[in-house]
Design a protein around this ligand. Structure first.
Ligand SMILES: NC(=O)c1ccc[n+]([C@@H]2O[C@H](COP(=O)([O-])OP(=O)(O)OC[C@H]3O[C@@H](n4cnc5c(N)ncnc54)[C@H](O)[C@@H]3O)[C@@H](O)[C@H]2O)c1
Length: 393
């Protein structure tokens, strides 16, 4: 597999062996006799935050050039509201009068990297949007074995459900991060606050983890794209703007804490544990660790870093960073240690060994993974995110 995703290698090889799955870069071969074509290409952020649809266009044109039988074109990529109609236009124009029986169905994807297979197999819901309800129902049949609610709606609403869902989840994280900042100033512990809030059934515990904020290939680009759509159509997405600002600020705040604790970052050796934007993936797109590393390097810090899966991806981007073989090597000679990604393998470290090999004793736990009391008892100066001890130390 070209990417790291738990369980994916096995699912792919099983199905390739069974003859149910093949790969090709040839559109003719891929679309031969196809009743359904899924578009699942990237939709990265363009210059102003708008979604870049060049890959979706390429595929739509390729479908128009290749297919002659009836086909349902299913869009899985996250695309701006109205893209389904646009895809239909692109196909029609490209056919240039040659008839083609096709329908476009929006089928946004909700799986999470790191738990993609489980999420796909056990979705909370499948959303299908189309002007052609019969085509949407046929796509619904494909998902029937998953035994989950299947919601059929119109195209634009389906496209909006995806953006609104991601923006809401990002909002929950930024909300708890704002609460975390206030907790720090007032001496409360955001972890306990989130636990107490989450017990309320109307609130729940999910996506209430304070820390360095969200990253990855979806939240940043999708919140940006939704805000861009809103501005373009004359509304003022103030909440979305605040959600993005708070997220960026968490990274700056983490660096500020270190600067304050160390006096200066110039010539200080900082160890960073975790580079991927979250655990169980090697994806480093928009990872908080990258921003933090660059911010610290701009202030003269010398960075040593390690990630269980993302080292190959990191190598091409973090040219000025010493990439280490494990967490203990990261700690060697470090003035401070920063936890940027809460990988399982970082949960139970031998902190006695770490303390003995570090030059300093500062720990910034950017994901509130560790127990501050235990680390303080070992002689560390421990900072979490929103744990109310920042000012008193
Ligand atoms: N990654 C996620 O967790 C996730 C979750 C939900 C939705 N999505 C959405 O799914 C879409 C894909 O995301 P991703 O993270 O897999 O992106 P990605 O960039 O990792 O993968 C996109 C793939 O599309 C291929 N591609 C590009 N142009 C092509 C073309 N003309 N023909 C055939 N293939 C082509 C690329 O080679 C690449 O392998 C995006 O719109 C994203 O927002 C992603």
């Amino acid at each position: 597999m070209p990417i790291y995703e738990p369980g994916l290698e096995q699912v792919v090889s099983q199905n390739v062996k069974a003859g149910r799955l093949t790969f090709t870069t040839d559109y003719q071969e891929a679309l031969k006799d196809a009743e359904f074509a899924f578009i699942a290409v990237g939709t990265p952020s363009g210059v102003d935050g708008e979604a870049d649809l060049q890959y979706v266009r390429q595929v739509a044109e390729a479908i128009a050039d290749t297919v002659d039988g009836a086909i349902v074109v299913i869009n899985k990529s996250t695309v701006p509201v109205g893209t389904g109609d646009w895809v239909a236009d692109v196909i029609r124009k490209r056919r240039n009068g040659r008839p083609l029986q096709f329908s476009v169905v929006s089928n946004p994807e909700f799986l999470r990297e790191g738990s993609a297979i489980g999420d796909f197999m056990n979705p909370d819901r499948v959303v299908l949007g189309s002007l052609d309800r019969e085509a949407a129902a046929r796509v619904g049949k494909l998902y029937e074995p998953l035994r989950c609610p299947i919601m059929i709606t119109d195209l634009r609403t389906a496209e909006m459900i995806k953006y609104a869902s991601n923006a809401f989840l990002a909002t929950r994280i930024s909300f708890i991060n704002e609460i975390a900042c206030i907790c720090e100033e007032l001496g409360a512990d955001v972890e306990e606050v989130a636990r107490g809030m989450g017990l309320d059934k109307r609130i729940g515990h999910a996506f209430l983890n304070a820390g360095l904020g969200w990253g990855g290939s979806c939240f940043p680009k999708d919140v940006k794209a939704l805000a861009h759509m809103a501005v373009l159509h004359g509304t003022h997405p103030q909440l979305l703007q605040a959600v993005m600002d708070i997220n960026h600020n968490q990274r700056r705040r983490a660096v500020m804490k270190l600067r304050k604790a160390l006096g200066t970052l110039d010539d200080k050796v900082i160890g960073v544990l975790g580079i991927a934007f979250k655990p169980n993936t090697d994806d480093i797109r928009e990872a908080p660790a990258l921003d933090i590393i660059h911010l610290m390097q701009n202030e003269g810090a010398i960075i040593r870093a390690y990630d269980p899966q993302a080292m190959d991806n990191a190598r091409s981007i973090l040219k000025k960073t010493t990439l280490c073989e494990g967490p203990y090597q990261v700690a060697e000679g470090a003035d401070a240690l920063v936890l940027a990604t809460e990988w399982n393998e970082f949960k139970q470290l031998d902190f006695g060994k770490i303390k003995a090999s570090m030059r300093g004793s500062i720990i910034l736990d950017g994901r509130n993974l560790w127990d501050g009391e235990t680390l303080r008892a070992l002689g560390f100066t421990y900072f979490g995110m929103g744990r109310g001890t920042f000012l008193t130390e």
